[in-house]
Design a protein. Structure first.
Length: 305
């Protein structure tokens, strides 16, 4: 098995080069964690994985991390040697009760301009307090979902993925994880359902909190584009029925803690092929219940506690 750090050539990512050299204890620790993940995931990685990791480590790390989490949960992944088809396939294939569960992974970059995810400027550089770039992070997330939905539609047309197979898009937000919400709702939930800002209701006489919820919001505004807002209703839209669910996490090479950055699955209530619930892999798992305008999103794993 070739290691991750023997790739040479042009356009290598600077983060990859830093980890390859590992001059500092923190880099040595991260490299050790990556080596352990690679030892587990190597039989399931495609032939271009190492080259891809050297040039886009965030995206390939996310695929590798997800594959290792599935293996740790006892899931059966199909090794690369058993997937000889040319022309491309989803990143991960699992065998479950004679059927297949396909996962297409993507780790969007922060983006650029007014719609890119940017952290606050330090105060000593003239910065000031401001809102978190939640809107921008949601745009990056919905863009990734749309892009990979088109990829799955192509796989279905080409016969790579069968109509009865489960199809999951896995979005890794490690590159902007500091600015993506996690509690009480992961950002992915408010990216695929029309859930806006949280609010609380106060008793004017006592000042006590007597209620609360979320404002409805059906669009995500775009400031730097000429094409108008993006719908926030993917999982209420038949356009996305070919997607069974979306997996999400803010884990990154520098922070792989599932306690702080859990692995979340959000089920698509309109999916042509639903994903199994309570599958034994996710840290949080959301489903939408109800119909019409009377519906709610619930973390069914939290409800089990």
């Amino acid at each position: 098995m070739c290691d991750l750090w023997s790739v040479d050539g042009e356009d290598l990512d600077q983060g990859y080069l830093n980890l390859r050299t590992a001059s500092h204890p923190e880099e040595q620790d991260m490299r050790g964690q990556l080596d352990r993940l690679w030892e587990t995931y190597a039989p399931y990685a495609d032939a271009t994985f190492r080259q891809g990791f050297a040039r886009d480590p965030n995206a390939r790390f996310w695929e590798m991390y997800l594959g290792c989490r599935l293996l740790q949960a006892g899931k059966r992944l199909m090794p690369t040697a058993e997937r000889p088809r040319r022309g491309g396939q989803p990143d991960i294939c699992m065998i479950e009760d004679g059927g297949r569960i396909w996962i297409e992974a993507i780790a969007p970059e922060p983006g650029a301009g007014e719609d890119g995810v940017r952290g606050p400027k330090p105060i000593n550089q003239g910065g000031r307090f401001g809102p978190m770039p939640t809107r921008q992070a949601q745009l990056r997330t919905t863009g990734a979902l749309f892009k990979k939905t088109k990829v799955f539609e192509r796989y279905l047309r080409e016969g790579v993925v069968a109509p009865e197979d489960v199809r999951i898009i896995a979005i890794g937000a490690g590159s902007f994880g500091l600015y993506a919400t996690e509690r009480p709702l992961p950002l992915i939930v408010s990216s695929v359902f029309p859930i806006g800002d949280a609010y609380v209701t106060l008793d004017r006489a006592t000042g006590e909190v007597v209620g609360g919820g979320y404002e409805p919001s059906y669009q995500i505004e775009r400031k730097g584009a000429a094409h108008g807002p993006i719908p926030r209703t993917a999982f209420l839209d038949p356009t996305f029925v070919q997607i069974s669910a979306v997996a999400w996490s803010r884990v990154s090479i520098g922070n792989m803690s599932s306690a702080k950055r859990p692995l979340t699955l959000v089920h698509n209530p309109l999916a042509a092929v639903p994903m199994h619930q309570r599958w034994g892999c996710w840290d949080r798992e959301f489903v939408a219940v109800g119909e019409g305008d009377d519906w709610a999103v619930s973390d069914i794993l939290a409800a089990d506690e």
